[in-house]
Design a protein around this ligand. Structure first.
Ligand code: HEM
Length: 456
């Protein structure tokens, strides 16, 4: 088959990589303007990235055969931290087996069961926020989402162990979000990063703390009465799916087997890395947008859950923490009118899709109502990716964001510390607000009178 890649810049690979690392949003917009709905970038150690921004092409990828569109292989840069068993890094049958084990805690009643903890943690955390002065919300949200993950996912009850785990995990995440280290990791590639022990000094304390927690769970028993994700994963058993389990790459499995400690460690680390900073950044962006859109903030205060969900959706549309997802082609394939060769990465581009004026009229306006009017669909609202790789924590994250925002709107008057909007800047692979989502919070007169009524 004759293959043809979509057009793209002709500058050297190193320069394209640099522009991608330093100013990703400006570079993507420029490429779309110059080359159209599909374009190709050359990225160091990654090869060709074929960006797709048309809904039909994105649908083709999300509904395509996952055996030919490997996501795990394309995420391999995360291997040194997440480990070989991570659901994010596996493909084919090994991926589906691991994904099936991990789905139950993130759906239905199980998920709703976490709402009370989310609310409790939020109330405790925001009660300590200083009032009347500029606050960078991203780090505050990060502390909050970490606490929520430690309670709902890791199920840590002992305060000393929680402090140890929290410190080790925050240090690891802080270390890994330095752009210089991301650039170094990209330049070295995952195997060399592991060999050179690039992450060892920060990874070891986090690993020790996670293993300590797994051991504590096993020792304490009574797992069936607990509802944290770790307890559920400890009880989960691999299914007999008649797949030729030992004939393929990735961890081998026997039906009825529980997860090994190493598997558990890798999946817990995956949930932490995938779910922590993404949600915290989404929350900081929601506040950044809300304080500049007082009507939306006022309406959020009415307590209507549908409107609050729409606020979350509109935030994740206009300020999606992740700007793209990757799939590596295993065979040549026609996508978006191009015959793409095996080995390239196809890249459904969240950032550019969410700014299409034909899907979202007045795309740069923050208008949560658009989601109540039915805008956005499976292949056009894609902050959580799609298909068999769609984010496992999508419902968890949206529930958490709604609860935190409702609590904040209820308790505080919120305003911008500086009226200029914040720019999207890169923190590792996440698009963050340039001034950390800075706001000023003041006690609400209504909240004050409610408090005094309660006191009376
Ligand atoms: C606003 C918050 C979040 C955003 C924007 C987000 C976004 C994403 C994206 C874009 C992907 C890749 C999907 C694809 O390749 O098609 C993903 C995968 C994943 N996310 Fe999230 N995520 C968020 C929160 C969470 C949370 C809270 C958790 C868990 C506690 C989580 C766990 C995962 C896992 C395990 C995967 C891998 C799924 C697979 O490969 O099968 N995420 N997420």
């Amino acid at each position: 088959m004759n293959t043809d890649l979509p057009p793209g810049p002709r500058t050297p690979r190193s320069l394209q990589t640099l522009r991608w690392i330093v100013r990703p949003t400006a570079y993507m917009e420029e490429c779309r303007r110059r080359y159209g709905d599909s374009f190709t970038l050359e990225i160091a150690n990654e090869g060709q990235w074929v960006f797709l921004t048309h809904p039909d092409a994105v649908k083709q990828v999300f509904t395509g055969d996952p055996r030919l569109l490997h996501a795990g292989e394309a995420n391999v840069v995360l291997l040194p931290v997440l480990g070989t068993h991570s659901v994010l890094l596996l493909d084919d049958a090994a991926h589906m087996r691991q994904r099936k084990l991990m789905l139950p805690p993130f759906h239905g009643d199980r998920l709703r069961g976490y709402a009370d903890t989310m609310r409790e943690v939020t109330q405790e955390a925001i009660a300590a926020w200083p009032l009347g002065q500029p606050l960078g919300t991203r780090p505050l949200m990060q502390a909050l989402t970490l606490e929520i993950i430690m309670r709902t996912v890791f199920g840590v009850q002992d305060e000393a162990r929680k402090a140890r785990l929290g410190a080790a995990l925050s240090e690891l995440l802080r270390w890994g979000s330095d752009p210089r280290r991301v650039a170094l990791g990209l330049a070295l590639g995952p195997q060399r990063s592991i060999r050179l022990g690039l992450f060892r000094s920060v990874l070891q304390p986090a690993d020790d703390a996670i293993h300590e927690e797994i051991a504590a769970h096993r020792e304490a028993g009574g797992l069936e009465d607990r509802d944290d994700v770790m307890s559920l994963l400890l009880q989960a058993r691999h299914e007999d799916d008649n797949a030729p389990v030992r004939a393929e790459p990735g961890p081998s499995r026997t039906a009825g087997e529980p997860m090994s400690d190493q598997e558990l460690r890798d999946e817990l680390m995956t949930l932490l890395v995938a779910g922590h900073e993404t949600t915290a950044t989404g929350l900081a962006w929601a506040l950044e947008r809300l304080v500049r859109n007082p009507d939306a903030l006022e309406r959020l205060r009415d307590g209507d859950d549908d409107y609050a969900d729409a606020v979350v959706k509109e935030t994740l549309r206009l300020r999606s923490p992740i700007s793209l997802v990757l799939r590596r082609l295993q065979e040549p394939m026609e996508i978006g009118g191009h015959e793409l060769p095996a080995g390239v990465n196809v890249v459904p581009c969240i950032y550019l899709m969410h700014r299409r004026a034909d899907v979202y009229p007045d795309p740069l306006a923050f208008r949560p109502e658009r989601f109540l009017e039915g805008q956005g669909g499976t292949y056009t609202w894609i902050p959580f990716g799609g298909g068999v790789r769609r984010c496992l924590g999508a419902s968890f994250a949206q529930l958490e964001m709604r609860i935190v925002l409702q609590e904040l709107a209820e308790r505080f008057e919120l305003s911008a510390a500086d009226r200029r909007p914040e720019r999207m800047v890169r923190r590792a692979i996440i698009s963050s607000p340039s001034r950390e989502g800075e706001i000023v919070a003041r006690a609400r007169p209504a909240a004050r009178s409610e408090t005094s009524a309660l006191a009376a």
